[in-house]
Design a protein around this ligand. Structure first.
Ligand SMILES: NC(=O)c1ccc[n+]([C@@H]2O[C@H](COP(=O)([O-])OP(=O)(O)OC[C@H]3O[C@@H](n4cnc5c(N)ncnc54)[C@H](OP(=O)(O)O)[C@@H]3O)[C@@H](O)[C@H]2O)c1
Length: 234
């Protein structure tokens, strides 16, 4: 896949940054949506890929912030939309008795409603694209049948919710020829995953791009899988 337009949320570090870099190397144009001011790393990429990389700010938890980017992009084509932005607050690891519902609400707003908010805003742009793929970066933590945890309520619930959104969305956008994927990127060495994790974000990014290419026209094919393409249980 080259010379296509890709929008990625949470693009300034971790998996979002790795996806941004890989798509740029492949010759794609990237709308990199950042929560905060651009980091030095992303500005270095901007220097190398000045024409291909378009940096903008977006808080996926804010209707207003998403609307501003929508106005910026107007009727620009988006071939692939990747909802990558996510949070996993330390508070999530505390037992039930210490759950803070303000933090939990924030997690749900970013991880579950955030992707839906972005899709609602940019669906017309994806419809105009040629690749027509929406990727929601989910997690194995969203699987109900394979759950082994006795805490992390908000994070797990937020990923289960985005899985459900993905299922509903796939039915809604099927007539438009759009493929939806909910992908667990693996346990990655990022700020969220920590340095003891299994894989570098670059490995996950490369595999995810391979899966997008493999399943982009397979509207009836699998939806929830890990970065290796193994089907996951809901
Ligand atoms: N790491 C893992 O092992 C793992 C495993 C399973 C699933 N995942 C999922 O993979 C995705 C990427 O994770 P990661 O490991 O790359 O995490 P990360 O390194 O913590 O990066 C998360 C990104 O999301 C951004 N973000 C946070 N709040 C945001 C908001 N309100 N609006 C827009 N962007 C926001 C962050 O921006 P700032 O840097 O500015 O805060 C950052 O760019 C997440 O959806 C995560 O749940 C990760």
């Amino acid at each position: 896949m080259n010379n296509i337009n890709v929008l990625i949320t949470g693009a300034d570090k971790g998996l979002g940054l790795a996806l941004t870099e890989k798509f740029l190397v492949d010759g794609c144009n990237v709308f990199a949506c950042l929560y905060q001011e651009p980091s030095k790393t992303i500005m270095n990429l901007k220097e190398t890929y000045a024409k291909q990389l378009n940096i903008t700010r977006m808080d996926v938890a804010s209707d207003q912030s998403v609307e501003i980017v929508k106005q910026e992009l107007k009727d620009e084509t988006i071939d692939i939309l990747i909802n990558n932005a996510g949070v996993h607050f330390e508070n999530s690891y505390l037992p039930l008795e210490q759950v803070d519902f303000n933090v939990a609400l924030q997690t749900l707003n970013i991880n579950s409603l955030g992707p839906l908010r972005v899709i609602k805003a940019f669906l017309p742009n994806v419809e105009k694209g040629s690749t027509k793929v929406i990727v929601n970066i989910s997690s194995e933590a969203g699987s109900i049948s394979d759950n082994f945890r006795d805490r992390e309520f908000d994070y797990c619930m937020s990923k289960t919710a985005i899985n459900m959104a993905s299922v509903i969305l796939q039915k809604y956008v099927k007539p438009k020829g759009i493929k939806v994927l909910a992908i667990h990127p693996g346990w990655m060495k990022t700020d969220m995953g920590g340095q003891n994790a299994d894989i570098d974000a670059a490995i996950a990014a490369e595999s995810i791009i391979g899966l997008i290419d493999k399943y982009k026209k397979d509207i009836d094919g699998p939806l929830y899988m890990d970065y290796k393409g193994n089907k996951l249980n809901w």
